[in-house]
Design a protein around this ligand. Structure first.
Ligand SMILES: *[C@@H]1O[C@H](CO)[C@@H](O)[C@H](O)[C@H]1NC(C)=O
Ligand SMILES: *[C@@H]1O[C@H](CO)[C@@H](O)[C@H](O)[C@H]1NC(C)=O
Ligand SMILES: *[C@@H]1O[C@H](CO)[C@@H](O)[C@H](O)[C@H]1NC(C)=O
Length: 336
C-alpha cells in the first residue's frame, strides 16, 4: 500500500503528465513508477557505491527517477534509481576544505537542483549548469515550497534565520527568524502541501510552522528539550521530528500537539534522521552507524540495517521504493 504521501506525489506527477500532453510513453512511465513504488521493502542491501569523500546529504527526484548525492569534495553526483552513475558536476571549488562541504540538496519540480553549504546557495539546471548563486556565508538546510520558491536556512553570524525567495531573483522575499541564538544552525526545513514551511534548528528545541505568504508564525510545536535535526511529512496532517534529546515526536500540525513520543532508546542515538518508507514505517539513522526500521503505529523495531562503518548522515526513499543512505564512511548504500 503506497502511503497517502506517495499517492500525493504521484497525483502531482499525473498533473505534470497531463500538462505534458498525455503522451503514451509518459503514461507508461507513470504506470511503471506507480507499480515500482508498491514494491515491498525488505531492507536487504542491494548495492554499495564507494566514493572518495565524506557525504552529508542526498535528495531524490521521483519525476526524474534519480537521486543526487553531495560529496564533500565540492561535487554533486547523480545516480539513477538503481544506483547507476548518470553524471557529476562541480558545485564549488576552494582551497579551504570546509567550503567544499555540501550540507543540503533539494530538487525543484522542473529538475533543477538547489544546494547549500558554507559557500551559500546555488541553483543548477538538472544537467549541472549553474543558474543562480546566492553568495553569502554559511547556508544549511534547504527546501522547495509548493509555489516553486526556495527556502534556505542560515548558520554562523546570521544563524537561526530562514530566507525565502524566487530562485531566479537575487534577494529574498521574506526573512524568518526561527531563533535568536547567535551562531544557531537551521538543521531542517520541511515544505507542506498547503504552502506552509516547518523549521527546526540545532540550538532551539521549538519547531516552528510559518505562513509563507506573509511570513507570520502559525504554530510553535513545544515538547522537545534539545535541538531538532530532522523533520518529515507523514500522512493525515502529521509530521515527525527527530531531536538531539534522543526522542522522535509525531505531531498533529493542525492542533500543534504531539500525538506520540518515541524514546529512541532502541539504539545509541545522538541524533535521529528519518525517512518515511512507503509502508508507513519510519527509517531512523543515527550516530550508531545503523539504520532502524521502526513501525511507528505499533512502536515496534522491525529491523536494523547494518553496513555503514561511520555516521549515517542522510536517508531518502526513491520512486522504486528503495531506501538510499549516505555516510561519512564515503559510501552510498541502496536497500531494497
Ligand atoms: C521499475 O522496475 C524495473 C525492474 O526492477 C526496472 O527495470 C524499471 O526501470 C523500473 N522503472 C522505473 C520507471 O524506474
Ligand atoms: C568527488 O567525488 C565523487 C565521488 O567519488 C567523484 O565522482 C567526483 O568526480 C569528485 N569530484 C572532484 C571535483 O574531485
Ligand atoms: C488517515 O485518515 C483516514 C481518514 O480519516 C483514516 O482512514 C486513516 O486510518 C488515517 N491514517 C492514519 C495512519 O492515521
Amino acid at each position: 500500500m503506497p502511503s497517502i504521501i506517495s499517492k500525493l506525489i504521484f497525483a502531482c506527477f499525473f498533473i505534470i503528465i497531463r500538462a505534458d500532453d498525455l503522451r503514451e510513453n509518459k503514461l507508461e512511465k507513470y504506470n511503471e513508477i506507480l507499480e515500482n513504488s508498491s514494491r515491498i521493502f525488505n531492507g536487504n542491501l542491494y548495492k554499495t557505491i564507494t566514493g572518495n569523500s565524506r557525504i552529508y546529504t542526498l535528495a531524490t527526484s521521483n519525476y526524474f527517477g534519480e537521486f543526487a548525492v553531495g560529496f564533500n569534495n565540492g561535487s554533486i553526483t547523480i545516480f539513477d534509481n538503481f544506483g547507476r552513475y548518470k553524471r557529476s558536476f562541480i558545485v564549488v571549488s576552494s582551497i579551504e576544505p570546509s567550503y567544499l562541504e555540501i550540507y543540503g540538496i533539494r530538487y525543484f519540480l522542473n529538475g533543477d537542483i538547489g544546494t547549500t553549504g558554507k559557500f551559500g546557495t546555488k541553483i543548477f539546471s538538472n544537467s549541472g549548469i549553474q543558474k543562480m548563486y546566492f553568495d553569502s556565508c554559511c547556508h544549511s538546510a534547504i527546501s522547495v515550497l509548493t509555489n516553486g520558491e526556495v527556502a534556505y536556512g542560515l548558520s554562523s553570524f546570521r544563524g537561526g534565520r530562514i530566507y525565502i525567495q524566487n530562485p531566479s531573483l537575487a534577494s529574498p522575499r521574506l526573512i524568518l527568524s526561527h531563533s535568536q541564538y547567535y551562531g544557531d544552525t537551521i538543521r531542517s526545513l520541511l515544505a507542506l502541501a498547503n504552502g506552509d514551511l516547518v523549521s527546526g534548528s540545532f540550538g532551539s528545541a521549538d519547531i516552528k510552522i510559518w505562513n509563507t505568504l506573509d511570513g507570520s508564525l502559525k504554530q510553535s510545536l513545544l515538547g522537545h528539550t534539545r535541538g531538532i535535526c530532522s523533520l518529515i511529512l507523514l500522512e493525515n496532517d502529521s509530521i515527525a521530528s527527530g531531536s538531539y534529546d534522543r526522542t522522535i515526536r509525531i505531531w498533529n500540525i493542525n492542533t500543534g500537539t504531539a500525538i506520540k513520543v518515541i524514546p529512541a532508546d532502541i539504539g545509541d542515538y545522538s541524533f535521529n534522521l528519518m525517512s518515511l518508507l512507503p509502508s508507513e514505517n519510519i527509517a531512523i539513522a543515527s550516530l550508531d552507524r545503523t539504520i532502524k526500521i521502526w513501525d511507528k503505529d505499533n512502536e515496534i523495531l522491525i529491523k536494523t540495517l547494518y553496513g555503514h562503518t561511520d555516521y549515517v548522515t542522510s536517508l531518502a526513499v526513491n520512486s522504486n521504493n528503495f531506501l538510499v543512505s549516505v555516510s561519512l564512511d564515503k559510501t552510498i548504500k541502496i536497500w531494497n
